[in-house]
Each structure stands twice: as structure tokens, then as C-alpha cells.
Design a protein around this ligand. Structure first.
Ligand SMILES: [Mg+2]
Length: 258
């Protein structure tokens, strides 16, 4: 099969922390040599694409900001399209709020005036935030999550991610979010398809998570590749209903797919 485009997840697929995953840079070069256009797609909502360029470059991957999509950029684009004039109550990291400010989006701390609630990973999330979310959502305003990742890898151990905050808010408010962006959402798929405008069957999705990376590829009709270099091991795979088209130890084995 000749592939025209590839979506590569970042953490657990091409890097761990700031270091390249062993073998992954050679797999990346193999894709490039095969003429495959590459897009890096991360579910990290706290960073905008330019923040990835240096980190990927230092690890051996040439990427411009245009080659990177993050849950932060998908969420910002979604809010600009649907909530451009709204005052947003945000439970999120400073890096997410910076992206909103850069995009001209307006935020508020007033639970009685907020037009929509955005929930995301926030290391200072506390009881007062939960109260604010409850009171704001009781007014029936839209409830938006940046990405579904409940647990994310950190340097030493896994830590709670956006999904943990979103689920806590959903539990107290007694309602699910209206939309959760990032992988595997429709807005993320649309953004990817704008950047890789090829028939889905000519595109690969490579990632280390079944519920986000592989699920996105399956929903988009793309060829899915699970790498076992991140959060998913063979036991997780055996216990899951999600079935990737290919399973590799790491991206360096991509020749088996091409
Ligand atoms: Mg990953």
C-alpha cells in the first residue's frame, strides 16, 4: 500500500519526555523517504503547536508549527468558530488560557455571567473550581472538554489528565460534556483532513493509545497502527474491544506496514 499521509502521536510514540523513543526517528525518516506527509497530533491541551517545534527538533524530528496539531489548537479553533463572542469560564492550565488569549477569546471567573464552561487538565484544580463548575453548569450553559485523556504519562509516574477534571465536573453537574475535543473527536478529524487532504485509506494513524489514537484512525477510515512504546501493553490490547490494523513494538518497525 502506498500511503500519502501519516498522523503521528507525540508522547509515547515519537518521544518520551524530551528523549526520542528508541527506533522511532529511523521510522520517521523511513516514512519521509517513502514520500509520506507527516502530521504530529498531540492530545496535550496546554501547549500550542509552536511549542512543539524545538522539542521535536531536538529529538530528531523536523517539524514546523504547521506540521503540529494539539488538543489546545483544536479547542481554540472550535471556540473561535462556536463561542467567539462568549465569556468562557475555564478550568485549565495557564498554557491553555494563553492560547485562548492569543486567539482573542474572552474568559471570566463569574459563574453567573459565563456563557460556556471549558474543562481541561489543571494542576491547581480544587474544591472551589468544582463549585464554580457546578453553579455555572446549573444555568444550562455549554460544557466543553479539551481532550478525553483521564491519565497521562509524566516523568516519574502517570498523573491525572483533562479527562479526570471533565469527569469530576460531569459527576457533580449530573451531565456529560456537550463536546470533548482532541483525539478522537470529529473536530480533530476535520482539522487533520484539512492538513492531509488525501483519501482516508491513503493515511496512517500511529499512536500508543487505543481510545484516542487508534479510535481516531478507525473513525476516520484510516489505517491504524498501535505502537507498544507508550501507555498500552499487550495485556491492555488483549482486554480491549479496539482492534488496530497493525501492532508494532515501536515506530522503527514501520517498514512492516509500508
Ligand atoms: Mg501518546
Amino acid at each position: 500500500m502506498d500511503f500519502s499521509g501519516a498522523v503521528l502521536d507525540v508522547d509515547g510514540t515519537v518521544v518520551r519526555g524530551d528523549d526520542p523513543i528508541p527506533g522511532a526517528p529511523s521510522g520517521y525518516r523511513r516514512l519521509r523517504d517513502a514520500g509520506v506527509e507527516i502530521l504530529f497530533v498531540s492530545n496535550n491541551p496546554t501547549k500550542a503547536p509552536p511549542a512543539y517545534v524545538d522539542r521535536l527538533g531536538a529529538a530528531g524530528y523536523d517539524a514546523t508549527a504547521d506540521d503540529v496539531i494539539t488538543a489546545g489548537s483544536v479547542t481554540t479553533a472550535y471556540l473561535r468558530e462556536h463561542h467567539a463572542r462568549d465569556d468562557l469560564l475555564c478550568l485549565g492550565a495557564p498554557g491553555l488560557l494563553e492560547q485562548f488569549a492569543d486567539a482573542g477569546l474572552s474568559t471570566t471567573d463569574d459563574v453567573d455571567a459565563a456563557d460556556a464552561l471549558v474543562a481541561s487538565i489543571d494542576r491547581s484544580f480544587d474544591y472551589d473550581d468544582l463549585c464554580a463548575a457546578l453553579w455555572a453548569l446549573d444555568r444550562g450553559i455549554p460544557f466543553i472538554g479539551t481532550d478525553p485523556d483521564v491519565v497521562i504519562p509524566a516523568a516519574e509516574r502517570d498523573v491525572p489528565g483533562s479527562g479526570a477534571v471533565i469527569r469530576a465536573v460531569a459527576a457533580v453537574a449530573g451531565r456529560d460534556p456537550d463536546v470533548v475535543l482532541g483525539k478522537p473527536s470529529d473536530p480533530a478529524i476535520e482539522t487533520i483532513r484539512e492538513r492531509l487532504p488525501y483519501p482516508p485509506e491513503e493515511c496512517l494513524v500511529v499512536g500508543d493509545r487505543l481510545d484516542t489514537d487508534v479510535a481516531l484512525g478507525a473513525r476516520a477510515g484510516m489505517t491504524t497502527v498501535l505502537v507498544l512504546s507508550g501507555v498500552t501493553n499487550e495485556n491492555d490490547l488483549a482486554a480491549s474491544d479496539v482492534e488496530p490494523d497493525h501492532v508494532l513494538d515501536h515506530l522503527g518497525e514501520i517498514d512492516r506496514v509500508l
